[in-house]
Design a protein around this ligand. Structure first.
Ligand SMILES: [Zn+2]
Length: 389
Protein backbone atom coordinates (compact mmCIF):
# COMPACT_ATOMS: atom_id res chain seq x y z
CA UNK A 1 0.00 0.00 0.00
CA UNK A 2 1.52 3.35 -0.95
CA UNK A 3 1.40 6.54 1.09
CA UNK A 4 2.18 7.19 4.71
CA UNK A 5 0.36 6.01 7.82
CA UNK A 6 0.62 7.37 11.32
CA UNK A 7 -0.31 5.26 14.33
CA UNK A 8 -0.84 7.75 17.14
CA UNK A 9 -2.35 8.02 20.59
CA UNK A 10 -0.30 4.98 21.69
CA UNK A 11 -0.46 4.75 25.48
CA UNK A 12 2.51 2.40 25.76
CA UNK A 13 4.82 1.74 22.84
CA UNK A 14 7.27 -1.17 23.08
CA UNK A 15 10.18 -0.39 20.73
CA UNK A 16 12.88 -2.85 21.90
CA UNK A 17 15.14 0.11 21.13
CA UNK A 18 15.76 3.43 22.85
CA UNK A 19 13.35 4.18 25.67
CA UNK A 20 12.49 3.16 29.18
CA UNK A 21 13.73 -0.21 30.53
CA UNK A 22 14.77 -3.30 28.59
CA UNK A 23 11.78 -2.99 26.23
CA UNK A 24 12.54 0.61 25.27
CA UNK A 25 9.05 1.76 26.26
CA UNK A 26 7.70 5.18 25.24
CA UNK A 27 4.48 6.68 26.59
CA UNK A 28 1.95 8.73 24.61
CA UNK A 29 3.81 7.88 21.45
CA UNK A 30 3.25 7.70 17.71
CA UNK A 31 4.85 5.77 14.85
CA UNK A 32 5.07 6.99 11.26
CA UNK A 33 5.15 4.36 8.53
CA UNK A 34 6.17 4.83 4.89
CA UNK A 35 6.70 2.16 2.24
CA UNK A 36 6.33 -0.60 4.81
CA UNK A 37 9.01 0.82 7.11
CA UNK A 38 9.02 2.71 10.38
CA UNK A 39 10.44 6.14 9.56
CA UNK A 40 9.75 8.06 12.76
CA UNK A 41 8.95 7.32 16.42
CA UNK A 42 8.18 10.07 18.90
CA UNK A 43 5.62 11.79 21.11
CA UNK A 44 2.07 11.56 19.82
CA UNK A 45 1.64 15.33 20.22
CA UNK A 46 4.40 15.88 17.63
CA UNK A 47 3.38 13.20 15.17
CA UNK A 48 3.90 14.27 11.55
CA UNK A 49 0.94 14.45 9.24
CA UNK A 50 0.34 11.37 7.09
CA UNK A 51 -2.01 10.18 4.36
CA UNK A 52 -3.80 7.89 6.79
CA UNK A 53 -4.19 7.68 10.55
CA UNK A 54 -4.73 4.79 12.93
CA UNK A 55 -5.79 5.95 16.40
CA UNK A 56 -4.53 3.44 18.99
CA UNK A 57 -6.92 4.96 21.53
CA UNK A 58 -4.40 4.87 24.36
CA UNK A 59 -3.71 1.16 23.95
CA UNK A 60 -0.33 -0.62 23.95
CA UNK A 61 1.52 -1.18 20.66
CA UNK A 62 4.25 -3.81 20.25
CA UNK A 63 6.48 -5.15 17.50
CA UNK A 64 4.77 -8.12 15.84
CA UNK A 65 5.73 -11.47 17.32
CA UNK A 66 8.58 -13.34 15.64
CA UNK A 67 7.87 -17.08 15.82
CA UNK A 68 11.22 -18.61 14.91
CA UNK A 69 10.23 -22.29 15.21
CA UNK A 70 7.17 -23.84 13.56
CA UNK A 71 6.36 -27.02 11.65
CA UNK A 72 3.43 -26.02 9.44
CA UNK A 73 3.72 -28.30 6.41
CA UNK A 74 1.79 -31.42 7.34
CA UNK A 75 -1.54 -33.17 6.96
CA UNK A 76 -3.84 -34.71 9.52
CA UNK A 77 -3.79 -34.22 13.28
CA UNK A 78 -2.91 -36.28 16.34
CA UNK A 79 -5.68 -35.41 18.74
CA UNK A 80 -6.07 -39.06 19.77
CA UNK A 81 -2.35 -39.28 20.60
CA UNK A 82 -2.70 -36.12 22.71
CA UNK A 83 -5.64 -37.60 24.59
CA UNK A 84 -3.68 -40.82 25.23
CA UNK A 85 -0.73 -38.81 26.50
CA UNK A 86 -2.94 -36.83 28.84
CA UNK A 87 -4.21 -40.20 30.10
CA UNK A 88 -0.66 -41.17 31.03
CA UNK A 89 1.28 -42.37 27.98
CA UNK A 90 4.77 -40.81 27.65
CA UNK A 91 5.88 -38.64 24.71
CA UNK A 92 8.71 -40.22 22.72
CA UNK A 93 8.62 -38.41 19.40
CA UNK A 94 7.53 -41.62 17.65
CA UNK A 95 4.25 -40.06 16.52
CA UNK A 96 6.16 -37.97 13.94
CA UNK A 97 5.96 -41.01 11.63
CA UNK A 98 2.15 -40.89 11.80
CA UNK A 99 2.22 -37.37 10.39
CA UNK A 100 4.79 -38.39 7.78
CA UNK A 101 2.32 -40.95 6.41
CA UNK A 102 -0.52 -38.44 6.25
CA UNK A 103 1.71 -35.77 4.69
CA UNK A 104 3.00 -38.04 1.94
CA UNK A 105 -0.58 -39.00 1.08
CA UNK A 106 -1.80 -35.39 0.88
CA UNK A 107 -2.06 -33.32 -2.27
CA UNK A 108 -0.10 -30.10 -2.73
CA UNK A 109 -3.33 -28.14 -2.33
CA UNK A 110 -4.17 -29.85 0.94
CA UNK A 111 -0.72 -29.04 2.34
CA UNK A 112 -0.91 -25.48 1.04
CA UNK A 113 -4.35 -24.93 2.59
CA UNK A 114 -3.12 -26.17 5.96
CA UNK A 115 -0.07 -23.88 5.91
CA UNK A 116 -2.24 -20.90 5.04
CA UNK A 117 -4.81 -21.76 7.70
CA UNK A 118 -2.16 -21.94 10.42
CA UNK A 119 -0.29 -18.87 9.18
CA UNK A 120 -3.57 -16.92 9.19
CA UNK A 121 -4.37 -18.16 12.68
CA UNK A 122 -0.94 -16.97 13.91
CA UNK A 123 -1.27 -13.62 12.17
CA UNK A 124 -4.56 -12.94 13.94
CA UNK A 125 -2.67 -13.57 17.19
CA UNK A 126 -0.03 -11.01 16.32
CA UNK A 127 2.68 -13.11 14.64
CA UNK A 128 4.17 -11.12 11.77
CA UNK A 129 7.15 -13.39 11.02
CA UNK A 130 6.93 -17.17 11.14
CA UNK A 131 9.67 -19.64 10.36
CA UNK A 132 8.38 -22.77 8.62
CA UNK A 133 10.14 -26.15 8.58
CA UNK A 134 9.76 -29.16 6.34
CA UNK A 135 10.30 -32.54 7.96
CA UNK A 136 7.13 -34.55 7.44
CA UNK A 137 7.92 -35.63 3.89
CA UNK A 138 11.28 -37.38 4.34
CA UNK A 139 11.60 -38.33 0.66
CA UNK A 140 13.40 -36.19 -1.89
CA UNK A 141 10.16 -35.20 -3.62
CA UNK A 142 8.13 -34.68 -0.44
CA UNK A 143 10.77 -32.54 1.28
CA UNK A 144 11.22 -30.43 -1.86
CA UNK A 145 7.49 -29.82 -2.22
CA UNK A 146 7.11 -29.08 1.50
CA UNK A 147 9.71 -26.32 1.20
CA UNK A 148 8.28 -25.04 -2.06
CA UNK A 149 4.90 -24.66 -0.35
CA UNK A 150 6.47 -23.13 2.80
CA UNK A 151 8.32 -20.58 0.66
CA UNK A 152 5.00 -19.32 -0.72
CA UNK A 153 4.20 -18.09 2.79
CA UNK A 154 7.54 -17.25 4.47
CA UNK A 155 11.10 -16.31 3.56
CA UNK A 156 12.24 -18.08 6.74
CA UNK A 157 12.12 -21.65 5.50
CA UNK A 158 14.04 -24.53 7.04
CA UNK A 159 15.01 -27.91 5.59
CA UNK A 160 14.38 -30.55 8.27
CA UNK A 161 14.89 -33.75 6.29
CA UNK A 162 16.64 -35.00 9.44
CA UNK A 163 13.51 -34.90 11.59
CA UNK A 164 13.35 -38.67 12.15
CA UNK A 165 14.70 -41.63 10.20
CA UNK A 166 11.67 -42.76 8.18
CA UNK A 167 10.41 -46.31 8.68
CA UNK A 168 11.79 -47.56 5.35
CA UNK A 169 15.33 -46.65 6.51
CA UNK A 170 14.91 -47.82 10.11
CA UNK A 171 17.65 -50.46 9.88
CA UNK A 172 20.06 -48.38 7.78
CA UNK A 173 20.23 -44.86 9.20
CA UNK A 174 23.62 -44.19 7.55
CA UNK A 175 21.96 -44.59 4.17
CA UNK A 176 19.26 -42.11 5.15
CA UNK A 177 21.88 -39.56 6.24
CA UNK A 178 23.49 -40.03 2.82
CA UNK A 179 20.15 -39.33 1.15
CA UNK A 180 19.59 -36.20 3.27
CA UNK A 181 23.07 -34.83 2.50
CA UNK A 182 22.88 -35.75 -1.18
CA UNK A 183 19.79 -35.61 -3.39
CA UNK A 184 17.38 -34.41 -0.71
CA UNK A 185 19.50 -31.38 0.19
CA UNK A 186 20.04 -30.61 -3.48
CA UNK A 187 16.27 -30.60 -4.09
CA UNK A 188 15.45 -28.70 -0.91
CA UNK A 189 18.16 -26.03 -0.83
CA UNK A 190 16.71 -23.77 -3.56
CA UNK A 191 13.63 -23.23 -1.37
CA UNK A 192 15.35 -23.10 2.03
CA UNK A 193 17.27 -20.52 4.05
CA UNK A 194 18.11 -22.80 6.99
CA UNK A 195 18.96 -26.41 7.79
CA UNK A 196 17.87 -28.10 11.01
CA UNK A 197 18.37 -31.53 12.61
CA UNK A 198 16.46 -33.24 15.43
CA UNK A 199 19.55 -34.19 17.46
CA UNK A 200 18.11 -36.50 20.09
CA UNK A 201 18.19 -40.12 21.19
CA UNK A 202 15.83 -41.97 18.84
CA UNK A 203 16.38 -39.40 16.07
CA UNK A 204 19.91 -38.35 14.95
CA UNK A 205 23.10 -38.72 16.97
CA UNK A 206 25.76 -36.04 17.16
CA UNK A 207 27.92 -37.46 14.35
CA UNK A 208 24.99 -37.66 11.96
CA UNK A 209 23.82 -34.20 13.01
CA UNK A 210 27.27 -32.69 12.48
CA UNK A 211 27.57 -34.29 9.04
CA UNK A 212 24.13 -33.11 7.89
CA UNK A 213 24.54 -29.56 9.19
CA UNK A 214 27.98 -29.29 7.57
CA UNK A 215 26.48 -30.33 4.21
CA UNK A 216 23.85 -27.62 4.59
CA UNK A 217 26.43 -24.99 5.49
CA UNK A 218 28.46 -25.98 2.45
CA UNK A 219 25.57 -25.00 0.18
CA UNK A 220 24.94 -21.74 2.02
CA UNK A 221 22.19 -22.66 4.47
CA UNK A 222 22.22 -21.25 8.00
CA UNK A 223 22.23 -23.70 10.89
CA UNK A 224 19.65 -24.21 13.62
CA UNK A 225 18.87 -27.39 15.53
CA UNK A 226 16.53 -29.18 17.89
CA UNK A 227 18.69 -29.95 20.92
CA UNK A 228 18.40 -31.30 24.46
CA UNK A 229 14.62 -31.61 24.41
CA UNK A 230 13.97 -35.09 25.74
CA UNK A 231 17.19 -35.56 27.71
CA UNK A 232 20.75 -34.28 28.15
CA UNK A 233 22.95 -34.56 25.08
CA UNK A 234 25.58 -32.99 22.84
CA UNK A 235 23.20 -30.96 20.65
CA UNK A 236 23.57 -27.57 22.31
CA UNK A 237 27.36 -27.67 22.24
CA UNK A 238 27.33 -28.87 18.64
CA UNK A 239 25.15 -25.88 17.74
CA UNK A 240 27.50 -23.43 19.43
CA UNK A 241 30.51 -25.12 17.79
CA UNK A 242 28.93 -24.73 14.34
CA UNK A 243 27.83 -21.13 14.95
CA UNK A 244 24.14 -22.04 14.76
CA UNK A 245 21.73 -19.12 14.82
CA UNK A 246 19.68 -20.99 17.40
CA UNK A 247 19.52 -24.16 19.45
CA UNK A 248 15.91 -24.97 20.17
CA UNK A 249 14.18 -26.58 23.18
CA UNK A 250 17.14 -26.53 25.65
CA UNK A 251 15.06 -28.38 28.22
CA UNK A 252 17.91 -30.47 29.68
CA UNK A 253 21.11 -28.42 30.03
CA UNK A 254 24.39 -29.09 31.82
CA UNK A 255 26.60 -26.37 33.28
CA UNK A 256 28.88 -26.81 30.25
CA UNK A 257 25.91 -26.21 27.91
CA UNK A 258 25.07 -22.98 29.74
CA UNK A 259 28.72 -21.89 29.64
CA UNK A 260 28.88 -22.55 25.89
CA UNK A 261 25.70 -20.52 25.25
CA UNK A 262 26.91 -17.69 27.49
CA UNK A 263 30.36 -17.55 25.90
CA UNK A 264 31.67 -14.11 24.95
CA UNK A 265 31.94 -15.05 21.28
CA UNK A 266 28.71 -17.08 21.11
CA UNK A 267 26.03 -15.75 18.79
CA UNK A 268 23.77 -18.77 19.22
CA UNK A 269 20.36 -18.03 20.73
CA UNK A 270 18.61 -20.46 23.09
CA UNK A 271 15.05 -20.79 21.81
CA UNK A 272 12.57 -22.08 24.37
CA UNK A 273 9.35 -23.77 23.27
CA UNK A 274 7.15 -24.05 26.36
CA UNK A 275 4.14 -25.14 24.31
CA UNK A 276 5.92 -28.49 23.88
CA UNK A 277 6.38 -29.00 27.62
CA UNK A 278 2.79 -27.89 28.23
CA UNK A 279 1.42 -30.31 25.63
CA UNK A 280 3.58 -33.25 26.65
CA UNK A 281 3.25 -32.54 30.38
CA UNK A 282 7.02 -32.36 30.73
CA UNK A 283 9.28 -30.25 32.96
CA UNK A 284 9.91 -26.78 31.53
CA UNK A 285 13.37 -25.50 30.57
CA UNK A 286 15.17 -23.51 33.25
CA UNK A 287 14.85 -20.09 31.64
CA UNK A 288 16.10 -18.29 34.75
CA UNK A 289 19.39 -20.17 34.66
CA UNK A 290 19.89 -19.15 31.02
CA UNK A 291 18.88 -15.53 31.53
CA UNK A 292 20.90 -15.13 34.71
CA UNK A 293 23.96 -16.46 32.84
CA UNK A 294 23.47 -13.81 30.15
CA UNK A 295 22.29 -16.13 27.37
CA UNK A 296 20.10 -14.61 24.64
CA UNK A 297 16.70 -16.31 24.88
CA UNK A 298 13.93 -16.51 22.29
CA UNK A 299 10.41 -17.89 22.64
CA UNK A 300 8.60 -19.71 19.85
CA UNK A 301 5.55 -21.94 19.47
CA UNK A 302 7.01 -25.15 17.96
CA UNK A 303 3.59 -25.31 16.25
CA UNK A 304 3.21 -28.94 15.09
CA UNK A 305 0.44 -31.52 15.20
CA UNK A 306 2.12 -33.78 17.77
CA UNK A 307 3.88 -32.12 20.67
CA UNK A 308 2.68 -28.48 20.52
CA UNK A 309 -0.36 -27.74 18.40
CA UNK A 310 -0.57 -24.04 19.20
CA UNK A 311 0.14 -21.10 16.92
CA UNK A 312 -0.26 -18.59 19.74
CA UNK A 313 2.71 -16.50 20.79
CA UNK A 314 0.64 -14.75 23.51
CA UNK A 315 -0.01 -18.20 25.01
CA UNK A 316 3.75 -18.92 24.97
CA UNK A 317 4.46 -15.56 26.63
CA UNK A 318 1.96 -16.42 29.37
CA UNK A 319 3.56 -19.87 29.85
CA UNK A 320 7.04 -18.34 29.97
CA UNK A 321 5.99 -15.98 32.74
CA UNK A 322 3.92 -18.40 34.80
CA UNK A 323 5.83 -21.64 34.28
CA UNK A 324 9.42 -20.55 33.53
CA UNK A 325 9.61 -17.53 35.82
CA UNK A 326 10.55 -15.11 33.10
CA UNK A 327 9.44 -11.55 33.84
CA UNK A 328 6.74 -10.23 31.50
CA UNK A 329 9.36 -7.94 29.97
CA UNK A 330 11.83 -10.80 29.40
CA UNK A 331 9.11 -12.93 27.85
CA UNK A 332 7.91 -10.21 25.47
CA UNK A 333 11.48 -9.36 24.43
CA UNK A 334 12.16 -13.07 23.79
CA UNK A 335 8.98 -13.37 21.68
CA UNK A 336 9.89 -10.37 19.51
CA UNK A 337 13.53 -9.22 19.46
CA UNK A 338 14.73 -12.62 20.69
CA UNK A 339 12.99 -14.38 17.81
CA UNK A 340 14.56 -11.90 15.42
CA UNK A 341 18.01 -12.72 16.81
CA UNK A 342 17.26 -16.42 16.38
CA UNK A 343 16.62 -15.69 12.70
CA UNK A 344 19.63 -13.33 12.47
CA UNK A 345 17.34 -10.46 11.50
CA UNK A 346 17.70 -6.86 12.67
CA UNK A 347 14.79 -5.42 10.67
CA UNK A 348 12.06 -7.15 12.70
CA UNK A 349 11.24 -7.54 16.40
CA UNK A 350 11.89 -3.81 16.95
CA UNK A 351 9.96 -0.61 16.26
CA UNK A 352 12.73 1.84 15.50
CA UNK A 353 13.35 3.93 12.37
CA UNK A 354 14.33 1.63 9.51
CA UNK A 355 12.59 -1.46 10.88
CA UNK A 356 9.81 -3.22 9.03
CA UNK A 357 6.45 -1.81 10.04
CA UNK A 358 5.24 -5.05 11.61
CA UNK A 359 3.26 -4.06 14.66
CA UNK A 360 0.44 -5.09 16.91
CA UNK A 361 -2.15 -2.90 18.62
CA UNK A 362 -3.39 -4.59 21.78
CA UNK A 363 -6.85 -4.44 23.28
CA UNK A 364 -5.10 -3.51 26.52
CA UNK A 365 -3.23 -0.57 28.03
CA UNK A 366 0.00 -2.52 28.61
CA UNK A 367 1.97 -5.49 27.30
CA UNK A 368 1.71 -6.87 30.85
CA UNK A 369 -1.81 -8.00 29.96
CA UNK A 370 -0.40 -10.67 27.62
CA UNK A 371 0.57 -12.75 30.66
CA UNK A 372 -1.89 -11.20 33.11
CA UNK A 373 -4.92 -12.13 30.95
CA UNK A 374 -3.99 -15.55 29.51
CA UNK A 375 -6.23 -17.03 26.85
CA UNK A 376 -7.93 -13.71 26.10
CA UNK A 377 -7.87 -12.42 22.50
CA UNK A 378 -5.99 -9.16 23.09
CA UNK A 379 -4.80 -8.53 19.53
CA UNK A 380 -6.93 -5.68 18.17
CA UNK A 381 -5.02 -4.83 15.00
CA UNK A 382 -1.98 -6.13 13.13
CA UNK A 383 0.13 -4.20 10.62
CA UNK A 384 2.25 -6.41 8.37
CA UNK A 385 4.86 -4.52 6.36
CA UNK A 386 2.84 -1.38 7.10
CA UNK A 387 -0.39 -2.87 5.78
CA UNK A 388 -3.36 -3.26 8.17
CA UNK A 389 -4.53 -6.89 8.14
ZN1 LIG B 1 10.34 -28.44 16.53
Amino acid sequence: MSGSLVVDNIGELVTNGAGEGPLGIRRDAAVLVEEGRVVWVGPSAYAPAADRRLDAGGAAVLPGFVDSHAHLVFAGDRAAEFAARMAGEPYTGGGIRTTVGATRAASDDELRANVRRLRGEALRQGTTTMEIKSGYGLTVADEARSLRIAAETSTETTFLGAHVVPAEYADRPDDYVGLVCGPMLAAAAPHAKWIDVFCERGAFDVDHARAILACGQAVGLGVRLHANQLGPGPGVQLGVELGAASVDHCTHLSDADIDALAGAHTTTVATLLPGAEFSTRSPYPDARRLLDAGVTVALATDCNPGSSYTSSMPFCVALAVREMRMTPAEALWAATAGGARALRRDDIGVLTPGARADLVVLDAPSYLHLAYRPGVPLIRKVLLNGVPQ
